[in-house]
Design a protein around this ligand. Structure first.
Ligand code: 1JT
Length: 254
């Protein structure tokens, strides 16, 4: 029971295939109490059904472009639990056309949207979480290899994830004195709702299965288990890091 008496907030569940859901399952198995958010009314029902039978859970709307919704999430967590021990941030967005054209063609609007939703939201949520992380805390976000190296079509998301990984370091530096740790997981390609909407995720998985040291793809549950480690006290001296959970794909040259 790695998370006994710990309260967590999971942001980014859209459905059962979401990486955020795999993280939630791993945390629940280790005794955490969890609050969940949904982005909007369209996604509410799915998340409601998934979380309905979780004892002492909380479900709240959270569209990160609306600060009042973010403030409400933390006010409700304070009211119900009185504290927060960890936050798992698993949201990203970029307009579809920005992930199919050349990066060169990225519009100002697409750029700003991608960075607002995918990058700034981590800082926004971390700042709101800080007063509730009274006994210290752990914040985990999701990134991808396209932040470090060019991955065709990942485009503005690669730029957003590079800024996210840098944000993790700056947040870790600011929040370390409060014993709040901040880390990122760089996951291999997983067939989630977001990933299915763009590019050829099947082809990417085929490449990982052929070239990665482990000769297979990553399962969402393996990302969930790493998130569990990072929000637990087992990782008490790890902060500001990006940990690859990618079957070793990133270490390979030619
Ligand atoms: C977003 C999407 C963020 C897909 C994402 C993502 N992070 C990883 N993926 C999967 C992926 C997608 C593409 C890709 C490589 C990985 C879609 C919605 C916006 C946020 O390109 C080769 C396109």
């Amino acid at each position: 029971m790695l998370l006994e008496n710990k309260i967590g907030l999971i942001v980014g569940v859209a459905n059962q295939r979401s990486i955020a859901w795999a993280c939630a399952e791993a945390c629940l198995e280790h005794g955490a109490k969890l609050a969940f958010t949904y982005q909007n009314e369209r996604l509410k029902e799915k998340v409601e059904k998934l979380t309905a039978n979780i004892p002492e859970s909380l479900l709240l709307p959270c569209e990160v472009t609306d600060q009042s919704q973010v403030d409400n999430v933390f006010a409700e967590i304070e009211k119900k639990y009185g504290k927060l021990d960890f936050l798992i941030h698993s949201i990203a967005f970029a307009p579809r056309e920005a992930l199919s054209e050349e990066f060169l063609q990225t519009s100002r609007e697409a750029f700003l949207t991608a960075l607002e939703i995918s990058t700034y939201s981590l800082t926004q949520l971390s700042r709101a979480a800080k007063p509730l992380m009274k006994d210290g805390g752990s914040i985990v976000t999701m990134t991808y290899y396209g932040a470090e190296k060019v991955v065709q079509n990942y485009n503005v998301m690669g730029v957003a994830k590079a800024a996210l990984e840098a944000s993790v370091r700056y947040l870790a530096s600011d929040l370390g004195k409060y014993n709040i740790r901040v880390n990122a997981i760089s996951a291999g390609p997983i067939k989630t709702l977001a990933a299915m909407g763009v590019g050829d995720i099947g082809k990417m998985q085929q490449i990982v299965a052929e070239r990665s040291p482990l000769k297979r793809n990553v399962q969402a549950s393996e990302v969930g288990n790493t998130a569990l480690f990072l929000v637990s006290d087992l990782s008490s001296a790890i902060t500001g890091e990006t940990i690859f959970v990618d079957c070793g794909y990133n270490i390979m040259g030619i």
